[in-house]
Structure formats: structure tokens, C-alpha cells
Design a protein around this ligand. Structure first.
Ligand SMILES: [Mn+2]
Length: 276
């Protein structure tokens, strides 16, 4: 099924000193997508205030979330949300989950677990809390109205955890597919284990090994080979319904880096569309 694209150039959820590069990344992707199936969410110019939430730039992130939800309401069919930082994913995942009824699994491809809460986060950056906000019913104002149960969430290729995330994970019911255990077959088995027929794929580009993808704010060594990731996405698309996807954290530091890494992003989008 053809996807619609929603560009959300949010940088306010990132703690990187180069967070504004996320806007350049979103714009570079937008230029390569078909105009007729692409919409953009307008981002507040200012950084925003935490307003006592424990989340840096909370007011801006909340405004962007509301605008994203509004834009999603005007789109038919599955949507690929384009970041921006990982904090853009709350509304698109909620939207896909609502359309899928009760049977949607969530695969979180990310070097980082994004499972902090406002209390545990070392930085206050919302992109490090995004998955927790989607799962944890007690998260607070940016939490999901209809949380995704942890039993339907698979953490894939994750290799950098904060200590509070490790402690939370132990009691969570989330499944994990680490880099050394990861391949298309193990991923399909993990999704089958949830009993779900449709999946949402969150893809933080830092899940890819830095040797294969340079343009991210928080690179972590020993990531997934690009070919392994692409193969897994194609096999998923052949076996399950793709309820939606998000591609996040593209932060090219130069036009040259943007051009090099754009080819990879377009291959990911092509893989989401299933076998040719
Ligand atoms: Mn992330």
C-alpha cells in the first residue's frame, strides 16, 4: 500500500548541541519525497519551556504533538512520519494503533532505549523518553492516551542504556533483540510472539552501525549492518501489515553528508513498501 509522508522537523526533544541539524535533515528528506503524498508540520520557532514537567522544552513539544495529531487526522492509510528527533513518534504511533484496533506490535529500532521518565532522565530531553511515554500509562502530560502494552513492544538493535532504563526494563515485559541475535527470522519470530498482525516500525537511524550511517547526533558503535536492517524490513513487510513507520534523528553536518546518507534513507523507505 502506498504511504503518505508527514514531515515533523522537531529538534526540541534532542539534547544534542547540534539539535538544529535535525531541521536540515528533515528538509533534505522532504525534498526527495513526492510532493503529492507529503505534508509538513510547522514547528514553533522558539525552544519552549519545561513548565515544571521535568521535560526540557515541553511546551514546544506538546504544541508539535497536537499539530502532528491534527495533520494525521487528515491523512488516509498508513503514514511514514519523518523526524526530527524520536520525540515526534507519540502521535503517529497512537494514530496507527487506533487504526489497527488491538493487534498492533511496535518495533523500536534504536541504539538507545528511549525509556527514561522525567524523573530518571539525565538530560531532560524528551527523545530519550519517547518509548516510555508510549508504553507507560502513568507517564504524564506527553503520555499516550491509549498506551501500547509492553508485551507488544520489541526493542531492536539497542546497545546503549542508562541505569534507570535497565532497572525499568527488568520488570517491563518488553522483548529485546540485541545486535548479535538480530536477523530477519528472529525478528519475524518476535513479532509472531506478540500475536499481532500489523506492526509499526520506529527507525532511529542510529540503530545502523556508524560505519554505514554517519549523520546522527548520538552515534553508538557495534550497530546493525545496513543490509541486515533492510533485509529485516523487507521480510517484515512481506509477512505483516505495516501500520506505519517513523524515520528519526537524521542530522547531517554538511550537504555532502546529507547527500551520502540520503541514499540509505530512500532504501529504507523502499524496503518498507515490501518486496518489489
Ligand atoms: Mn532514539
Amino acid at each position: 500500500m502506498p504511504f503518505k509522508f508527514l514531515i515533523v522537523p522537531q529538534w526540541q526533544g534532542s539534547s544534542s548541541t547540534r539539535a538544529l541539524l535535525l531541521q536540515d535533515g528533515a528538509e533534505a528528506i522532504r525534498r526527495d519525497l513526492p510532493i503529492s503524498s507529503t505534508q509538513s508540520v510547522e514547528i514553533p520557532v522558539g525552544a519552549g519551556e519545561s513548565l515544571g514537567s521535568g521535560i526540557r522544552r515541553f511546551s514546544a513539544i506538546q504544541a508539535i504533538r497536537d499539530r502532528t495529531a491534527e495533520a494525521l487526522g487528515t491523512l488516509d492509510g498508513p503514514v511514514i512520519a519523518i523526524g526530527g528527533d524520536c520525540g515526534i513518534e507519540t502521535a503517529p504511533i497512537e494514530h496507527a494503533n487506533a487504526l489497527s484496533g488491538r493487534e498492533m506490535a511496535l518495533i523500536w529500532f534504536d541504539a538507545h532505549a528511549d525509556l527514561n521518565s522525567p524523573l530518571s532522565s539525565p538530560s531532560g530531553a524528551f527523545h530519550g523518553m519517547a518509548l516510555r511515554a508510549i508504553i507507560d500509562g502513568d507517564f504524564g502530560p506527553l503520555g499516550a492516551d491509549r498506551p501500547i502494552p509492553a508485551e507488544r513492544v520489541i526493542l531492536a538493535g539497542t546497545r546503549a542504556f542508562d541505569q534507570p532504563e535497565v532497572e525499568w526494563l527488568e520488570h517491563s515485559g518488553l522483548s529485546r533483540l540485541d545486535v548479535q541475535d538480530f536477523n530477519a527470522e528472529s525478528l519475524v519470530a518476535a513479532v509472531r510472539g506478540t500475536g499481532c498482525e500489523s506492526v509499526y516500525l520506529h527507525i532511529d537511524l542510529d540503530v545502523i552501525d556508524p560505519a554505514g550511517f554517519a549523520s546522527v547526533g548520538f552515534p553508538e558503535p557495534f550497530g546493525l549492518d545496513l543490509s541486515v536492517l533492510l533485509d529485516a524490513i523487507r521480510v517484515l513487510a512481506a509477512n505483516f501489515r505495516i501500520a506505519g513507520a517513523g524515520i528519526c534523528e537524521f542530522a547531517p553536518s554538511s550537504e555532502e553528508n546529507a547527500a551520502n546518507d540520503m541514499a540509505t534513507i530512500l532504501r529504507i523507505i523502499a524496503a518498507l513498501s515490501g518486496p518489489a
